[in-house]
Design a binder for this molecule. Structure first.
Ligand SMILES: [Zn+2]
Length: 586
């Protein structure tokens, strides 16, 4: 073997097959780091809506120098935060990963439980009597888990978000750490699932009182108009999450923490590819209050553009952007505020969930001739049932759920799917039917998924998401990095494709339940050495049809050079224009 490798021809062939057979190699730290930026509540249309206003190096890194999939939609109905984050990293939907809601009714505990709370663990970083958190409810593994498996733990995997579920689910089972904040104080915390105490750098971060920098501040637009204040109202101590969380300051705070993590955990310095998932929560916290069409959301998006540019510049300085792949997506979109849509004569409305629950319970009480609380909670448009009430009325699950579904229709829903029906895989062979099959999870008790009327939301003020409609399912999906051919791709894409694509490019197994496809149209023509008599003849697929300023001969040529260079030369091979560094700021 040793002498064989000394043969220059064989060595050349081996080298060629390594560099061209796979676009990266997690085993050899190519790239050094994969960063996945998930924006909590960011609709797919925003990238175009504000395109003219984006600066250099933020979103335009993806639009001008990356592969941007402009038609990416979740193919399920339960467009919530926990399912979205689980979907992106497991590459499957709720029927594969089990997370179908942020919280659900636990019939044994007889209370609502969150998707990540775990009584076998404790929170770390604050003293709390409550349970800690972990990914224990996931029924599928993640991209990070596969990286860890493939490299025997050499890859390091982290998740960061203001929300626990958005940090924990992406980090998977084998993640080295997930960090989120204590909502009241803004302190960064984790769980004993990962480690018994905070690492020194995280403790130092908390001790530096950076929280105070963001409290009692005015967030102003470009004209100096105050959009929002982080002053506690009327002297009442508000929570950091509510006050700072709904401003761009929250993203600054998250990026500061993420940079410390990258620096002190030495991400991108190891023998294998590392993975960091940063979920930016502020967009969602503000978006629920003011809706997608408000000037505040526009200002938030423009601030985020600059914050992303700053973060990518940091990555460039730390390890060279040629050594990083970056993916961008979101966990769900959002509906317009009903009043805004109604002004344009769309049939939009706010549904009173309390009224709906009362109506359903009274309909069932008469139907079963027994007064009870049959529906425990409505997380519009999803209803959690109280199986004890049905048992007392001697009603089986299937009949009970159907009765609730019919009552929900009477109360204004367009239709419904029951838990027992979805468990059997019994849904019409339609696009909508498939979306609901993908929304099924065996976790939680009895439930009914109501099909909402488009543009209706179950909140009394602001707006919401959790429907199967495009305003909730359409999200960005974009990639930046050496393997990706720049351009706008209008082919069908889904968030489940992210994990499948990255796993393939890294040369590792896709997550256990992944159903996504590899987005080959964004990858350059394959070059490989075949075993045929024609030997090293270059095989190329036909060029994909793409649009976009970035897709020029030059871009392709630059890429090809970078891809076929040995890893040590990658940085040198990358054209300078790909570095999102503002003029003079290097
Ligand atoms: Zn969310």
């Amino acid at each position: 073997m040793r002498s064989a490798l000394r043969s220059p021809v064989l060595a050349f062939l081996v080298c060629l097959s390594i560099t061209s057979g796979g676009f990266g190699s997690a085993y050899n730290a190519r790239p050094k780091l994969v960063v996945i930026v998930v924006i909590d509540q960011f609709r797919g249309d925003y990238l175009e809506r504000y395109r003219d206003q984006w600066g250099e190096g933020g979103f335009r890194l993806f639009l001008d120098h990356g592969a941007n999939f402009s038609d990416c939609n979740y193919d399920y109905a339960n467009t919530r935060t926990a399912p979205g984050h689980a979907t992106l990293l497991t590459g499957t939907y709720s029927n594969g990963h089990g997370i179908m809601a942020n919280e659900w009714w636990d019939p044994e505990k007889k209370r609502r439980v969150s998707s990540v709370e775990d009584e076998a663990t404790k929170l770390v970083g604050i003293s709390s009597p409550g349970p800690g958190a972990s990914p224990h409810n996931l029924l599928a593994d993640t991209l990070g888990d596969e990286l860890k498996l493939a490299t025997q733990g050499k890859s390091r995997v982290f998740g960061v978000a203001l929300k626990d579920r958005a940090a924990i689910l992406p980090a998977g089972f084998a993640g080295d750490g997930a960090y989120w904040i204590d909502q009241k104080t803004g302190t960064w915390i984790t769980s004993t699932y990962y480690r018994p105490g905070l690492p020194k750098w995280a403790q130092d971060f908390n001790d530096s009182k950076r929280v105070e920098k963001y409290l009692n501040q005015d967030w102003k637009d470009n004209d100096g108009k105050v959009l929002r204040s982080t002053k506690p109202v009327d002297g009442r101590a508000g929570s950091f999450y509510e006050l700072v969380g709904a401003t761009p300051f929250a993203n600054d705070y998250e990026f500061e923490f993420a940079k410390e993590l990258i620096t002190y955990e030495k991400l991108g310095n190891g023998p294998a590819t590392d993975l960091l998932v940063v979920s930016l929560s502020a967009n969602d916290i503000l978006g629920h209050k003011v809706g997608p069409d408000s000037p505040e959301m526009q200002a938030m998006a423009l601030a985020m553009d600059r914050q992303l540019a700053n973060f990518f510049e940091f990555l460039g300085h730390q390890m060279g952007l040629a050594n990083v792949w970056i993916a961008l997506s979101a966990d769900h979109g959002v509906a317009p505020v009903p009043a805004v849509a109604a002004k344009l004569r769309l049939p939009a409305a706010s549904i009173s969930v309390d009224k709906m629950r009362t109506q359903v319970n009274s309909a069932l009480s008469s139907r079963f001739a027994r007064t009870a609380e049959y529906v425990r909670e409505i997380d519009y448009p999803l209803a959690w049932l109280n199986s004890d009430s049905f048992a007392a009325a001697k009603v089986k699950e299937e009949d009970g759920e159907r009765a609730v579904g019919e009552a929900l229709k009477q109360a204004g829903m367009r239709g419904y799917y029951t838990r027992s029906q979805l468990e059997r895989g019994d849904a019409p062979n339609t696009e909508t039917g498939l979306k609901y099959l993908h929304s099924y999870s065996p976790l939680g008790g009895w439930y009914v998924l109501g099909v909402p009327v488009p543009y209706t939301v179950g909140v009394s003020s602001g707006t919401d998401h959790a429907s199967p409609y495009t305003y909730d399912t359409h999200v960005p999906l974009a990639f930046y990095g050496l393997p990706f051919q720049p351009g706008t791709y209008r082919s069908h894409a889904e968030p489940v494709d992210l994990a499948a694509t990255l796993a393939s490019l890294l040369g590792i197994n896709a997550p256990s339940h992944a159903i996504g496809r590899v987005l080959t149209e964004a990858l350059p023509a394959s070059r490989r050495v075949s075993n045929s008599p024609r030997g090293s003849e270059r095989e190329e697929r036909s060029m994909p049809s793409v649009e976009g300023r970035g897709f020029q001969q030059g871009a392709v040529r630059d890429f090809s050079v970078g891809n076929n260079f040995p890893a040590s030369s990658l940085a040198a091979a990358v054209p300078k224009r790909d570095l999102p560094v503002a003029e003079g700021s290097r």
